[in-house]
Design a protein around this ligand. Structure first.
Ligand code: ATP
Length: 911
């Protein structure tokens, strides 16, 4: 037994919950305030391994390969191979087995690609944890935690390992993953009895559970498989199948079609023997040919690959899909409700204005660089000579959790960007962050949350004086203020005048913060809500700029063209929201509904407004749920963004819940269908575009494969029913369907977005995939294909060609028609004939090259002649065959033109 295992066994289920936190810290040789140091972390990682649950082993390649044969048609084919072998038709047996094998290899490769796509996405979603190491806070991948690490928890986090808590502030944890109890448990740091059951161990936070409220810190006492969740389920079974409702629907359709075709084949078999007096062996091969011809065997696999490629492309555009069906929903989105800060705006904040009772000024500068002048009008202002200014800046610096760091090329914020901006402003004013923090150490805090919209910190200076600084949404802070500070001291607060100041800053699109302070008894060690609800003294206002992202402005315009309404739902002030909405050019940026108004309206009144109003300000997370529900009641398909733990219900309720990858909590990510890695609104719109593309490509794959099956089946049926010679033999059909068609259809999975993808309205959510249009197109192409195949076959025979030659022409005609149809189907309704389209079709050209090569081999290689009974095609017939392909393409282009004209006429009649 090695060291690590021994330790695990000896520490099996120790009673951490029954020991005081200090004793646990001592056991793990860690000082809770400082954490471990890096060399120790490395040592412990070597000893205990990564903090990861062992994964269920993926299916091995052999099993995956064999599973390709689990398909009704394959069984039929293997049966046919057996029968042909019994009859001594060895060549047919070899062809059938060969084709089945090639098809299984294609399926195997495709499936591998699909699984890779999913795996890559899972990796992108790995969780992170905040740790304290060497006295500093870091965000590290959760799997890098080691026993003894000090982990910080806050609302929205998923607990990354088993922790013994040593600090808990209003900390509530929902432990349903372990105990099944969905009501969150209030945590404390007190030890409990050794025999306490899991749900009663208040001093513990267990891996996999969810922090719903408050803050805390704990020491890792179990990681990886050595956690409670690891004991329950030693394996994470992540068996996610790559499917969506549409794919399931199509798979059912394929199965149903397979059954029907096999039934029909049996009837034809009897009909051939009894009615036409054919030999059973020959008739058997004919009906096998019919089955292969009519069953779209490649369809489900092609659809799966199309979906996988789509998901992979979405990930490349920063949209990580967590639940696959959402790929389809994206294409029918009609409303996107988006946060403002960081999503529509850049979240690169800078303090621009400072206002107090004693004066006001503007600040200059770039980004977070702490250099920039203070001015009043054009006049420079020396901050050191204005105590009001220094006091405001100091409060902003101290009531703050962020840090600012100079990197090689830039200044970077760790933490909230807005707080970073406050630090930059303080440094511009000449304050030194470390000196200030050392002179006014922080004893306690009330952290910011979106519900209360403020933050408060308790400090003690070296004279022993205690005071709280509060910063937050101005309405909130002003309500608690009883006086205002100017350089002479405190004076009465004129609410109305301050509200005007706020409005004026907000109207310029500035985000406004109010800063206040209050003296506290010098022995105070804690600050509570009651302390900051009244008696504050207002120090002043800070106006911050956070301009809209350029790409968000363009994306909003794209949405308008695509028939998608964008609604901005923000926690910010109404005035600021209105100004930013105007800069973004939202459809209706004049009207704003605030959270307060929202609360005073009943559902009926709100329902009437919700469609038209695009800006919602001072909204709390709970309001989001109401907005989504009301929009959905009006048949909208709604996407909603969110980041906090309280956003989870709205994210779950929305048709597409979108969590922010950077500032989003684990809780928000888990409630959402999609995670946007860069928090950027433009990425949401790109995802919608990609969603529409995937749907189009699925449709194209269906429109491509079904008529080929239809055309082939029709050719065989006609021949059997009318007692004609088969224009294509069953083994030749096998070749076309399971090799050429599948290779060509694969190209459709890689199709780029059509130029008009974002210029049409969203697809109705209940639209059938096989619409009237698609049915018509499938029937038309099937007919044309059957006509082409039969046409060349009969003509060749009439011209004196041998049966084998005529059949070779027919097969080649079919494949050439497929190739031309591939180029036609790439654009379902718009013209395909354009140089630009030809150039950007690498996948299609590659597929055509491969198929052409195979087809040349099929036609001219002597060994192929043995298997497929082919004959070389002469030049004249070669030209004829290509011309038939061109003819098919031309007819379909004319059909598109005719359909477009008809649609245009309908529109102008309607108009
Ligand atoms: P959005 O919901 O679009 O992201 P937001 O970031 O403004 O907008 P919240 O984060 O809910 O929304 O913030 C609401 C308000 O709370 C802000 O307008 C600001 O006045 C105040 N606020 C935000 N962050 C802090 C903070 N760290 N400390 C104090 N007050 C804050």
């Amino acid at each position: 037994m090695n060291d690590a295992t021994q330790d695990r066994v000896s520490s099996a289920r120790p009673d951490w919950h029954a020991r005081p936190a200090d004793a646990v810290a001592e056991h793990w040789a860690v000082a809770p305030e400082k954490g471990l140091d890096e060399p120790e972390v490395t040592r412990r990682r070597e000893r205990y391994g990564l903090n990861r649950l062992p994964e269920a082993r993926p299916r091995g390649p052999l099993i995956r390969f064999l599973s390709q044969f689990r398909n009704l048609l394959i069984y039929v084919l293997l049966g046919a191979a057996l029968i042909t072998a019994l009859l001594g038709h060895w060549v047919d047996t070899a062809v059938i087995v060969g084709v089945v094998l090639v098809n299984a290899v294609i399926g195997f490769v495709q499936e591998g690609k699909a699984e890779d796509a999913l795996r890559a996405i899972r990796d992108m979603l790995s969780a992170r944890a905040m740790v304290v190491r060497e006295g500093r806070q870091y965000s590290v991948p959760a799997e890098e935690l080691v026993p003894g690490d000090v982990v910080l928890l806050q609302a929205g986090d998923r607990v990354p390992a088993d922790l013994r808590l040593w600090r808990a502030r209003g900390l509530q944890i929902e432990e349903a993953a372990l105990t099944g109890e969905s009501v969150a448990q209030e945590k404390s740091i007190e030890p409990v009895a050794g025999e306490a059951v899991l749900g009663d161990r208040l001093g513990m936070a267990y891996s996999g559970t969810l922090v719903t409220h408050g803050q805390g810190a704990g020491i890792v006492v179990g990681s990886g498989a050595d956690t409670e969740i690891g004991r329950i389920s030693r394996l994470v079974s992540q068996v996610e199948t790559l499917t969506t409702p549409l794919l399931r629907q199509m798979a059912t359709f394929s199965r149903w079609l397979t059954g029907a075709v096999l039934g029909l084949a049996a009837l034809i078999f009897l009909f051939g023997i009894l009615w036409r007096g054919m030999a059973p062996a020959e008739m058997f091969m004919t009906v096998v040919g019919l089955a292969v011809a009519a069953i779209p065997e490649g369809l489900p696999a092609i659809l799966t690959v199309t979906l996988a490629i789509g998901v992979q492309r979405l990930a490349g555009r920063h949209a990580i899909i967590r639940r696959l069906p959402v790929v389809e929903t994206l294409g029918s989105l009609s409303v996107i409700c988006s946060d403002k800060t960081g999503t529509l705006t850049r979240n690169e904040m800078m303090v621009r204005s400072l206002v107090s009772a004693a004066g006001h000024c503007r600040v200059e500068g770039e980004g977070y660089c702490p250099r920039g002048a203070f001015r009043r009008g054009e006049e420079p202002l020396d901050p050191a000579r204005h105590p009001w200014l220094m006091r405001l800046l100091r409060a902003g610096l101290l009531c703050n959790d962020a840090t600012l760091e100079e990197t090689d090329e830039d200044w970077q914020v760790h933490g909230d960007p807005m707080e970073g901006a406050l630090i930059a402003a303080a440094l511009k004013g000449g304050l030194d962050a470390d000196d200030e923090r050392a002179a006014n150490p922080r004893t306690d805090l009330i952290p910011f949350d979106a519900q209360h919209k403020f933050m408060a910190t308790l400090h003690h200076d070296h004279q022993g004086e205690a005071f709280v600084y509060v910063k937050g949404a101005p309405e909130q802070v002003l309500r608690a203020c009883q006086a205002v500070w100017d350089e002479q001291g405190e004076s009465p607060l004129d609410q109305e005048a301050w509200e005007q100041h706020i409005e004026a800053l907000a109207a310029e699109g500035q985000r406004v913060l109010a800063v206040a302070c209050k003296g506290m008894p010098s022995h105070a060690q804690e600050v509570d809500f009651a302390d900051v609800e009244s008696g504050l003294v207002l120090l002043g206002l800070l106006g911050l700029i956070d301009p809209p992202r350029e790409e968000a402005i363009r994306a909003v315009a794209d949405c308008r063209e695509a028939g998608i309404r964008v609604k901005m739902i923000t926690g910010d002030h109404a005035g600021t929201a209105r100004a930013i909405a105007a800069q973004l050019d939202l459809s209706n940026c004049g009207e704003v509904i605030t959270g307060q108004q929202l609360e005073s309206m009943d559902d009926e009144a709100l329902a009437r407004r919700v469609e038209d109003v695009d800006v919602y300000a001072r909204v709390s997370p709970e309001h989001k749920l109401r907005l989504v529900t009301l929009l959905q009641a009006q048949d909208a398909i709604v996407a909603m963004t969110g980041d906090g733990v309280n956003d989870a219900p709205a994210l779950k309720r929305a048709d597409v819940g979108i969590a922010m990858g950077r500032k989003g909590t684990e809780a928000a990510k888990e409630a959402s269908e999609m995670v946007i890695a860069d928090d950027n609104f433009a990425s949401i719109v790109r995802a919608v575009e990609q969603g529409r593309t995937v749907y189009d490509n699925l449709k194209k794959a269906i429109a491509f494969l079904l008529p080929i099956n239809g055309g082939e089946a029709m050719s065989i049926l006609v021949a059997v029913l009318f007692g004609l010679t088969l224009p294509i033999t069953p083994v030749q059909i096998l070749w076309v369907n399971m090799v050429s068609s599948v290779a060509l259809a694969m190209a459709l999975a890689f199709e780029a977005t059509e130029p008009d993808a974002m210029r049409r309205p969203p697809r109705p959510a209940d639209e059938a995939m096989i619409s009237g249009f698609l049915l018509w197109r499938i029937a038309l192409v099937a007919l044309l294909m059957a006509a082409g195949v039969f046409g060349i076959f009969r003509l060749a025979l009439a011209d004196g060609a041998s049966l084998e030659e005529a059949r070779t022409y027919a097969v080649n005609t079919l494949v050439v028609m497929e190739i031309f149809y591939l180029f036609s189907v790439r654009f379902l309704r718009t013209p395909s004939l354009s140089w630009a389209h030809m150039v950007d079709s690498r996948a299609a050209i590659l597929a055509v090259a491969v198929v052409a090569l195979l087809q040349l081999m099929f036609t001219y290689a002597p060994f192929m002649e043995r298997f497929f009974d082919t004959r070389p095609v002469d030049f004249v017939h070669g030209v004829e065959i290509v011309l038939i392909g061109v003819g098919l393409f031309a007819v379909l282009e004319l059909e598109k033109l005719w359909l477009r004209r008809a649609a245009g006429r309908r529109r102008s009649d309607d108009g």
